[in-house]
Design a protein around this ligand. Structure first.
Ligand SMILES: C[S@@+](CC[C@H](N)C(=O)[O-])C[C@H]1O[C@@H](n2cnc3c(N)ncnc32)[C@H](O)[C@@H]1O
Length: 207
């Protein structure tokens, strides 16, 4: 089994993947120099770390599982930013999704957690079906349409109350965020939702 941690940061995700999948070979790639330095210090016979380039991503594949967690987002956003297209354009998201699509095996799983745009808005999403699970949430980043306009408002539910992100991070015990019920996306304009999903980070490639 081959796993790509796209945006592996300092490598913890690679270590977790190595634990969960004891036979997997794991490649971690990132762009951040400091994170790469730390990740490269990991000594593990099934983990390799490289700077994120097209070649680095390709050379470890094709992959059975690709993790892109909290990568397709910009955080924190300055408060005055409402439309995100100038901060993070949809075209960049599509380019990176297309790269991951090219290196994922047929039947492989793509995990896109905390993206600001919808995977459903990418043309290649037609080649995938969602995997639904009761225990995993979809991420706490506000979602945006491909024109950069906000699509959802996010609230964090805990013990009968809704919190914004800052209060939620400050007040609830860590670990609770694992509960899918804790994070709710409310559509600003439900009529524009279309078939976009806010209930799963997991997508299986059909062919
Ligand atoms: C918030 S961290 C998430 C780390 C880890 N995936 C996790 O969920 O804990 C996002 C990382 O993605 C990296 N990143 C952003 N764009 C990237 C790209 N095109 N290729 C590889 N890494 C990227 C950033 O440098 C950063 O280290």
């Amino acid at each position: 089994m081959r796993i790509l941690s796209f945006g592996c940061s300092s490598g913890e995700e690679c270590l977790d993947a190595a634990d969960v999948f004891p036979n997997a070979i794991i490649k971690g790639v990132d762009l951040d120099e400091k994170a790469l330095q730390k990740a490269s210090a990991i000594s593990h016979d099934r983990i390799s770390i490289e700077e994120s380039t097209y070649e680095a991503v390709f050379s470890g594949g094709p992959y059975d599982l690709i993790l892109a967690m909290s990568v397709f987002c910009r955080f924190p956003l300055r408060e005055e930013v409402v439309n995100i297209k100038d901060v993070y354009g949809f075209g960049k998201f599509v380019d990176e999704i297309n790269l991951l699509h090219d290196v994922l095996k047929p039947g492989g799983i793509l995990c896109i957690y905390n993206s600001m745009y919808f995977f459903d808005d990418c043309a290649v999403s037609m080649d995938y079906f969602p995997i639904l699970t009761r225990t995993v949430n979809f991420g706490w980043m506000v979602k945006y349409y491909s024109d950069g306009e906000p699509a959802t408002r996010v609230s964090h539910y805990w013990e009968g109350q809704d919190y914004n992100y800052v209060d939620w991070i400050g007040k609830i015990p860590s670990g609770f965020a694992r509960n899918r019920e804790a994070i709710n996306h409310f559509w600003l304009n439900p009529g524009s939702r279309g078939s976009r999903r806010v209930d799963t980070p997991f997508w299986r490639k059909r062919r």
